[in-house]
Design a protein around this ligand. Structure first.
Ligand code: F1P
Length: 289
């Protein structure tokens, strides 16, 4: 399933971006104080969206893993991202919020407990997935939210098509360790890139905000490390990474489309290791306590 779902992302993103206007009144309004929450992949998309919204000047926006929401903190609106609509920590949090907080959910399935608890819903049924390992739901949810912010997303669908059709850089599959770096909103995408490599390929991966990598983590870098920068690299970082002997991969595409390239790498590494990405070890499609 995951290979087919991954490949459908350009079309899903086109649909998601096209829904933004019609859903505008159900999504965060300019000036609201917003918290965005989720678990796993959905949390990393929350990080990316929070950074985009805050930097676009539309209002203070914090991202939390649903289990780490600070008790007692009040927001105008909490936006929960969840493909399944059933994840325990998200449901628990939505149930605890005070009446003055608006609950907004971005979900894949309308017929779920999360949908029933929400004041506002954005349902992306077309992007729902059979796989355990998430690809298109998460990226489509982020595309909807990005388009709702009015950010320039022309070209992202085309970039995703390029990401699907171009060969991956040669030799990556044999590498022993994968580090993903991002800055601003792409720091959340770097976290998601690392998670894909773990879930699908059981690979040793790490992820950092780009400049943080210099403050200790770079000590593990060797000739068998791949360091993949999602988005523009801070000046001088590539040279520092090269000096460790590591391979540097720079993203030319929109960072969300770069994530598609990493999803493909995760499947390629899984294949090389004899793993079935449709049966990831120890994982379930929805994590319920
Ligand atoms: C999120 C989640 C992730 C995990 C895996 C399956 O669920 O459980 O934590 O990484 O990809 O999905 P959801 O709340 O988005 O359904």
């Amino acid at each position: 399933h995951v290979a087919q779902e991954l490949a459908s992302q350009p079309e899903c993103w086109r649909v998601a971006a096209g829904m933004a206007q019609g859903l505008a009144h159900r999504l965060p309004q300019a000036g609201e104080r917003v918290a965005v929450v989720g678990c796993g992949t959905s949390y990393f998309m929350a990080q990316a969206y929070a950074s985009l919204r805050e930097s676009s000047g539309q209002g203070e926006t914090d991202a939390f893993a649903a289990s780490e929401f600070p008790a007692g903190r009040s927001y105008d609106r909490v936006v929960a991202l969840s493909r399944s609509g059933t994840t325990t920590e998200v449901l628990g949090l939505l149930g605890q919020l005070g009446g003055s907080t608006r609950r907004t959910v971005v979900i894949g399935d309308p017929d779920t407990p999360m949908a029933a608890m929400a004041d506002d819903k954005a349902v992306l049924e077309f992007a729902d997935e059979k796989s355990v390992v998430q690809t298109r739901f998460a990226t489509s949810a982020l595309t909807l939210l990005r388009a709702h912010l009015g950010l320039h997303t022309d070209g992202v669908v085309e970039d995703a098509q390029v990401a699907l059709s171009e060969p991956l850089p040669p030799g990556l599959v044999e590498c022993g360790q994968f580090t993903f770096l991002g800055q601003g909103w792409s720091a959340g995408l770097a976290n998601e890139a690392a998670l894909k490599m773990r879930e699908a390929a059981l690979a040793w991966t790490e992820a950092y905000p780009a400049m943080e990598y210099r403050h200790g983590p770079i000590s593990i870098s060797t000739r068998s490390t791949v360091t993949w920068m999602l988005g523009d690299a801070p000046a001088g970082l590539m040279e520092e990474v090269h000096a460790t002997g590591a391979r540097w991969v720079a993203g030319r595409l929109d960072p969300l489309a770069e994530l598609v390239r990493v999803q493909r790498l995760a499947l390629a590494v899984a294949d090389a290791r004899g793993l079935d990405p449709d049966r990831p070890r120890h994982l379930t499609r929805s994590v319920i306590l």
